[in-house]
Write a protein that binds this ligand. Structure first.
Ligand SMILES: Cc1ncc(COP(=O)(O)O)c(C=O)c1O
Length: 304
């Protein structure tokens, strides 16, 4: 597997080990950081790389910077050019996962708004062991944080304290992952992925007012499900007890891709195997990101 060589800081490429950020920066002290995980897939036919839904990732980063009251913003054209340079400099020979962070590198007080910096790093990312066969989830006793406390809608590093608590609890309890509930006990999302389930043949996912990140992969799945099956998924509140009625379930996200869920709270989901709709949507997702189906060319930014 290829190894990362170069990282980008504020538009400059440098060896990975040369990147430095002051420990007194607000990024470190107060988690004044917003970030994106973006993927560039190697296309099956040409071997070229294509960044998947980059414009949507950049838009979410920009809104996060605005809400966090960072000085200024980065324009989409500039960030795209930076990521293309980053990928070329690392000479990958297989898929690339990119961490793009914008943060306050200034060392100031809580409400300091700059100077702002950014880092982009490219790396390979191994598929989790359970990606093919399915994973177990445990419903966490850690509540998903709320819009009026630390908005899950923006991808700020600060929100991942909440995610880590749930992830560690799940690990300690012997699950492959956690599923978090809202403060009023409705299904929200996993620590780093969104949740889908199938009940009576209908695809269902929690609506955005259930303290979820407005996931780009979730939107891709909703769009493709409708295009492939002609049926519209239900986007609504899900009670915890509905989880145990699910015939199928899966998680989705840029980093996690599509992960079938075969057990929740040690009870099997459906017959305990990867479900047929999950499998169909998963296959289609990989066909789409790798350009094996030509639909939605606007979602693939080709790197020449
Ligand atoms: C909390 C959370 N939910 C959902 C997702 C999936 O979002 P996306 O599909 O935009 O990567 C992620 C990953 O970025 C996440 O961290």
């Amino acid at each position: 597997m290829w190894q990362p060589k170069q990282i980008m800081m504020n538009g400059e490429l440098m060896p990975l080990e040369d990147a430095r950020l002051h420990p007194l920066s607000l990024a470190v002290t107060y988690a004044a950081t917003v970030f994106e995980g973006v993927r560039a897939y190697r296309l099956s036919e040409t071997g070229q790389f294509a960044l998947f839904r980059l414009d949507d990732h950049i838009r979410r980063l920009q809104v996060g910077m605005k809400l966090m009251r960072f000085d200024g913003s980065y324009d989409a054209e500039y960030l795209t050019e930076c990521l293309v340079r980053l990928i070329r400099a690392n000479e990958p020979d297989s898929d690339v996962y990119i961490r793009l962070l914008a943060y306050i590198e200034g060392t100031g007080l809580l409400a300091t708004t700059g100077p702002v910096g950014f880092t982009a790093a490219a790396m390979p990312r191994a598929k989790p062991a359970f990606a093919d066969t399915g994973m177990s989830l445990g419903v966490s006793s850690w509540q998903r944080l709320s819009d009026n406390a630390s908005p899950p809608r923006i991808k700020t590093t600060a929100n991942y304290v909440n995610a880590r608590l749930a992830a560690h609890q799940a690990r300690a309890d012997g699950y492959d992952g956690a599923l978090m509930l809202t403060p009023d006990g409705k299904v929200s999302e996993a620590p780093i992925a969104c949740f889908f389930m199938v009940r009576d043949g209908c695809l269902i996912t929690p609506s955005a007012d259930n303290n979820i990140l407005e996931s780009i992969t979730r939107d891709t799945i909703l769009t493709r499900h409708e295009e492939l099956t002609g049926a519209t998924a239900e986007v609504r509140t899900i009670d915890r007890s509905e989880l145990y009625f699910a015939e199928e379930a899966f998680l989705c996200g840029t980093g996690q891709e599509i992960l079938p869920v075969t057990a929740i709270d040690r009870l099997p989901v459906g017959d305990g195997n990867v479900g047929p709709l999950t499998d169909r949507l998963r296959r289609d997702y990989f066909d789409l990101v790798r350009g094996r189906v030509s639909d939605h060319p606007e979602w693939r930014t080709l790197i020449e």
